[in-house]
Design a protein around this ligand. Structure first.
Ligand code: DAH
Length: 335
């Protein structure tokens, strides 16, 4: 047997094999060893050396080949890809097409909320996501160091701006913008919706980031009765059914009187008991005055509350943290 031609063959085989190490156990190699005892004492050392050299050469080659294979596999398998490794490009499923993604349920519901108010004659503006102490507190009749400021603990930028803790931060702007209309004999009827932020310990009903919707109505003769009618109308439209409602006293510096608005949990939404849905009241004279509206001529009411709470009741969601979690299993339920 020609050692040189077998050498070439074995090296070649190793290069082509899925598992190059198999060559070391091949019949061909074993046959080369079987030749040894048949040789004369003079021939043996040279042949033996050549054979050892070949084995060494094969082992080195195998090491290189195995390392290459390892790299190849690493690049070939993308564990994040939703197709099997080595699927040709033109046979891979498309990624992130419209029918894979879906709208966030909060956006769908927020749009619904705003639409109901639109149909009732309210204009809508988005609330700011960065504001200042003046709008979030001062214009709302919170003097500096007022204890009620504690319930609206938000964050602060180095420059002193605040991601607002409530959409009431828009009231001053709404009032100022509507002043002309009011003086021309009209009314102010605006809702403001958007993200709000609180420095809060998180649990099933508390998030640091959530959504609110705020309403402001001012006219020459607005009443608490009108406010309750507007809110009842809203909730009955949103839940598409008649509801039992009630109010109870509450304190907010920017309204007087201040109330909490409650609805009775309808049986169709799984239950019993009263749920606080929002805060509301007649706009405090100081708030009107600050915005340049004469509280002796005009009266207003305002309300504000969380959107997540509405949606949680509607769909029986038991943890507010799902909304910001980005969990696909949750989001897919709303496709
Ligand atoms: N801003 C209050 C909060 O986030 C809710 C609120 C209460 C808004 C009374 C109002 C209101 O407009 O009149 O807790």
């Amino acid at each position: 047997m020609n050692l040189e031609s077998v050498r070439k063959e074995l090296l070649d085989r190793a290069k082509k094999a899925d598992n190059p190490r198999e060559v070391l156990r091949s019949k061909k190699l074993k046959e080369l060893y079987k030749v040894l005892p048949t040789l004369t004492a003079a021939e043996r050392p040279e042949y033996g050396q050549k054979l050892n050299a070949l084995k060494k050469e094969l082992e080195e080659l195998i090491k290189v080949l195995e390392a290459e294979k390892l790299n190849e596999t690493v690049t070939l398998i993308d564990i994040t890809a939703p197709w099997a490794p080595n699927t040709p490009v033109n046979e891979r499923p498309a990624l992130l097409t419209m029918d894979h993604g879906s709208r966030h349920p909060l956006m769908t519901e927020l749009e619904r909320v705003v639409r109901i108010y639109n149909l009732m004659g309210f204009a809508a503006i988005e609330s700011r996501q960065l504001d200042d102490d003046f709008h979030m507190f001062e214009t709302l009749n919170f003097p500096p160091n007022h204890p009620a400021r504690d319930s609206y603990d938000s964050f602060k930028t180095q420059e002193g701006f605040v991601p607002p803790a409530h959409t009431s931060t828009m009231q001053y702007r709404i009032l100022q913008n509507g002043k002309k209309e009011l003086e021309a004999g009209g009314q102010i009827a605006v809702v403001s919706y958007g993200r709000v932020f609180r420095n809060e310990d998180l649990d099933a009903v508390h998030e640091h980031t959530f959504y609110q919707c705020e309403g402001v109505f001012v006219s020459s003769d607005a009443t608490l009765g009108q406010m309750i009618a507007v809110l009842r109308e809203f909730f009955e439209a949103y839940y598409e059914q008649k509801l039992r409602i009630k109010t109870q006293p509450a304190y907010f510096p920017f309204v007087e009187p201040g109330l909490e608005f409650l609805i009775e949990k309808p049986a169709s939404l799984g239950g019993k008991g009263w749920l606080e849905m929002l805060g509301c009241g007649m706009i405090h004279p100081n708030v009107l005055k600050m915005a340049g509206i004469d509280p002796n001529k005009y009266r207003g009411f305002a309300w504000g509350g969380g959107i997540e709470r509405l949606v949680m009741l509607k769909y029986g969601i038991n943890d507010i943290r799902y909304f910001e979690s980005g969990k696909l299993r949750f989001l897919k339920e709303f496709k």
